[in-house]
Ligand binder design. Structure first.
Ligand code: ADP
Ligand code: MG
Length: 320
């Protein structure tokens, strides 16, 4: 077996020609050239084995997810992906793993015109840290702080499947093979809502991506925007697989599941048609799930208008 060295490995699996980046891999720094009038949107997310993914995940899906969770942050800001860096710690040089990882990574990168501009490679417990760079016209980024009382609250796609899959891995829920595969894809291969984020520029007043659980992430919007909200919990969009589970589990998964990478956003009722047009244009379903108010608190109501107790804790790396 001919073990690849650090630089051979970078050359073989991670060096590709670049077009949008002024200078790519090979020097001490990459150079990015945002277009005039654009701001750079920058975000990092780290994936640690055993914490963010299980050792059973296919390398191709891991490569996809490592970039997807980062692109999801750009989506939440309404930024267009431009480039990314990859810091990688590997326990060993496993070419089958590197081949799958880089394939999954570049398939998603190419789909979004996002170029690998540089990174770092070291020996150590498996860990992937990506930093993404996107561009957004100055002053037009979607922020957590712009929501106003009276705005409608929306979420894209469906929520809760990733958490349901995790519960199957944990052994607390049993699902048939085909059903499990469907929710497992949500957990291991999330699709970042980049097109929706771009289409919501100038329409949404605030946005965040759902990574730690919908209610917890909504809490960030409410706090930064100094408003309250009522969420109609039975309106939360969920898959047929999740909808077939016990109601308590459905609520836990949809409200506090996390790892959804859907966009949660607000817009005034006068923009309702524009929101639907943005959903249509980006081929992304969008559901209205509540309304913001001046209360400074979060109220949950069911389909009958009954108030529910908020007992849903969001994910916290230092509490779980
Ligand atoms: P330095 O020591 O100056 O930080 P390195 O020798 O670590 O540079 O890296 C050499 C080049 O390879 C740099 O351009 C760096 O950005 C790139 N690089 C290293 N690891 C990766 C990786 N995992 N993915 C992409 N580019 C990488
Ligand atoms: Mg280095």
């Amino acid at each position: 077996m001919s073990a690849l060295g650090e630089f051979d490995l970078i050359g073989k699996y991670f060096t590709r020609p670049v077009q949008r980046v002024a200078l790519g891999i090979g020097d001490d720094c990459a150079l990015l050239q945002p277009a005039p009038g654009m701001q750079l949107a920058v975000s990092s997310d780290m994936l640690v084995e055993g914490r963010h993914f299980l050792s059973t995940v296919a390398p191709e899906r891991l490569g996809h997810k490592a970039l997807a969770v980062n692109l999801s942050d750009l989506a939440a800001c309404g930024a267009k992906p431009l480039a990314f860096t990859l810091a990688l710690a590997l326990p060993r040089v496993d070419e089958g793993f590197l081949d799958g990882l880089s394939r999954g990574l570049f398939a998603l990168a190419d789909a979004h015109g996002c170029e690998l501009a540089g990174g770092d490679t070291t020996h150590g417990p498996l860990n992937l840290c990506i930093t993404v760079f996107g561009e957004v016209p100055s002053g037009q980024a979607l922020l957590r702080s712009g929501a106003r009382a009276g705005d409608d609250l929306y979420v894209s796609g469906q929520v809760g499947d990733a958490r349901l899959a995790l519960e199957v891995f944990r052994g607390t829920v049993a699902l048939g093979g085909e059903q499990f595969e469907r929710v497992r894809v949500a957990m291991e291969r999330p699709e970042p809502r980049v097109a929706l984020g771009l289409a919501l520029r100038g329409i949404a007043t605030s946005a965040i991506d759902v990574s730690d659980g919908l209610l917890g992430d909504l809490g960030h919007i409410l706090k930064r925007s100094q408003v309250g909200a009522t969420v109609e919990v039975d309106r939360l969009p969920r898959s047929a697989v999740l909808a077939a589970q016990a109601l308590a589990l459905q609520r836990e998964c949809t409200l506090a599941g996390g790892d959804d990478y859907e966009l949660l956003f607000t817009a005034p009722p006068t923009q309702a048609a524009a929101v639907q047009a943005a959903a249509h244009q980006s081929a992304t379903p969008v559901t209205r799930i509540g309304r913001l108010d001046t209360s400074r608190s979060l109220t949950l109501v069911d389909a009958h208008g009954h108030t529910l107790r908020n007992e849903f804790a969001s994910f916290d790396h230092f509490k779980s």
